[in-house]
Design a protein around this ligand. Structure first.
Ligand code: NAP
Length: 285
């Protein structure tokens, strides 16, 4: 039997169709257009591309985006002032601060300055804490998108052993908490984990969130596993953090393609959570 392809591009298209209808309802009932504010600090080309893609996704579903671009020498105080302004703007429903910001900025302080009801990218400590405790909060967009993708494809998580490789604040850690909430048994690995290959060999579900091209080897992954690759690197026409070879595809039960797996779901989740915030602000949910 061939592996199930967890096609994020296809699912993101379905999600956008649903959001387009919901945005129309918001517009009809409130005469307001949902707005996602995006903040880009500095001139990193990849970050600029990601922000542009998020703005384009807003327009595809009938939303607006408010694009704030700040120079690379921006200080923490200046960025905090900008976030405060967006927090206080009733027309703005969600705020995205593109990661990473230039090194002189206290990124954590700036993320945490985003008001919880506008934290549609799920980056605040408060949002993470609430999500981890099973309270209402918008999940971090990439792991939340992965959960949506797994759910859509009926991937069973309860009682399964999930191994998450990576423990970043926006990906590995929230991913682990979401899998735990879905009753998986979760192992979190990081750069100081000595027996990575042995742990991955035990995984029913492997999530690669390492940031290194093809770092997780195909031979570490057991037959029948579900393979989720959050990484994206422009080498060799685009590869992930997992070495998803044709031989691996032939013996796992499901996998996310790179590109077209996790990436589109991240954007779809950000837009979904902005629509949810706009519905909440308009008392429509
Ligand atoms: P990150 O902040 O650099 O974190 C990388 C994690 O990998 C860290 O926790 C690190 O461990 C761990 N790691 C590094 N070397 C390792 C090793 N040798 N063995 C085991 N673990 C190791 O990266 P990130 O922001 O989480 O992103 C991870 C990947 O996801 C990247 O490829 C990124 O491009 C991708 N990503 C994709 C999307 C999307 O929308 N598709 C969004 C965000 C990120 P330590 O904590 O010990 O340093």
């Amino acid at each position: 039997m061939s592996a199930l392809v967890l096609d994020g591009k296809k699912l993101a298209t379905l999600v956008e169709a649903d959001l387009t209808a919901r945005v129309l309802t918001i517009k009809e009932k409130t005469t307001q257009t949902p707005i996602l504010a995006t903040i880009l600090v500095g001139d990193d080309a990849s970050s600029a591309t990601y922000v542009k893609m998020k703005g384009n996704a807003c327009r595809r579903v009938g939303m607006d985006s408010l694009s704030v671009t700040l120079p690379s020498h921006t200080t923490t105080q200046e960025l905090l002032a900008q976030i405060e302004q967006l927090n206080n703007n009733p027309n703005v429903h969600g705020i995205l601060l593109q990661h990473p910001v230039p090194h002189q900025i206290d990124e954590r302080a700036c993320f945490d300055a985003i008001q919880l009801n506008k934290d549609v990218d799920g980056v605040t400590c408060l949002g993470f804490g609430r999500m981890s405790m099973g309270e209402a909060a918008y999940g971090s967009a990439t792991p939340q998108g992965i959960m949506t993708l797994l759910k859509h494809h009926n991937i069973q998580l309860e009682g399964k052993h999930a191994v998450v490789v990576g423990r970043s604040a926006i990906l590995g850690k929230p991913m682990a908490m979401m899998l735990l909430a879905a009753n998986a048994t979760v192992t979190i690995c990081h750069s100081k984990t000595p027996n990575l290959a042995e742990l991955i060999k035990q995984a029913d579900i492997v999530v690669g969130a390492v940031g290194k091209p093809r770092f997780i080897k195909a031979e570490w992954i057991k037959d029948g596993a579900t393979v989720v690759d959050a990484g994206y690197h422009t080498v060799d026409g685009g590869v992930g953090d997992i070495d998803i070879s044709d031989a691996l595809k032939a013996r796992v039960s499901a996998y996310t393609p790179v590109p077209g797996g996790v990436g589109p779901m991240t954007i779809a989740t950000l837009i979904t959570q902005t629509v949810m915030a706009a519905e909440k602000a308009a008392n429509l949910s």
